[in-house]
Write a protein that binds this ligand. Sequence first.
Ligand code: ISE
Length: 325
Amino acid sequence: MTQPLKVAVVGAGRMGSDHIIRLRDRMKNVRVTAVIDIDQPKAEAALEGIEGARVYTDFTEALDSGNVDAVMVATPGFLHEQVLLPALSRGFKVFCEKPLTPDSESAWRIVEAEAAMGRKLVQVGFMRRFDEGYRRIRSAVQSGEHGELLALDCEHINPNVPDSYTGRNLIDDTVVHEFDVVRYLTGEEITTVQVRTGKNSSAAKEGLVDPAQVLADTEGGVRVSVNTHVTAGYGYAVSTRATFEKNHLQEGVDHVTPGFEERFVDAYDTEVQEWIDDCLSGELNGPDAWDGYAAAACCEAGLRAIENPGTSVDVVLNEKPDLYR
Ligand code: ISE
């Protein structure tokens, strides 16, 4: 019988506690053995119902406990690097919630650290790659059954955003998913990003462009548009329309839920179970550190574009290391 994978979860906030429940109740061949959070009572509450698991406030102490096989990172993005680098240098496999890190310079440091280890250790939490609808569109792109893919038109609606959400988070926390979906569906890098703004909602706090339209192009010439509205009040709605030469496919149209947890519950479950299975079999197959880096580079272009509405900004990427080819 397979020994369960012993997982340390770093961060017991909204995503961390959601993942702990998922690991506890729905995932196979896994056991949560440690939760790390500077807020000890929060970490203890998240561990309710899990026998034998320990709370740590010091991350490296958990890693060196001998009771951890793999790490799940669910802290805010700006704290990811300080967890990822020590985990990688010790050879741990890591599931890291998106974004990999908040900017391409720090994301590149993760790519370099992983490449130096000579094997893939990081999976980034781009859960939409595990959603059935997105997988259906990707396989149609790959089979060519409807002709060439010409355009992707995406909609990203949130009921509201947390108080901590700043203007840049529209790009690096919200649109980052769309950048990844475009890269996943097309199998191509994004080359340029542009942001169009207009009348702003009275519900948007100062510094937040809402709604916005983000335009992008891929290396193969696929035209992309993303409409965002993150203070919509009525619910969570994420959809994509793929225009092919001879047909179109739609995913998520009119699917409105209270939040992202409900909308993508199956995708999160599949994503985490596949990561567990891959950790146990030894080889990770999900979105990797290069995907996290490339998405961060798109965000950087997006952030420059949002400051210069209507201007097309190039996405700048370093050369891809052999590990990711
Ligand atoms: C949030 O962090 C997510 O990842 C959601 O999927 C996204 O819709 C939302 O805009 C983000 O703030």
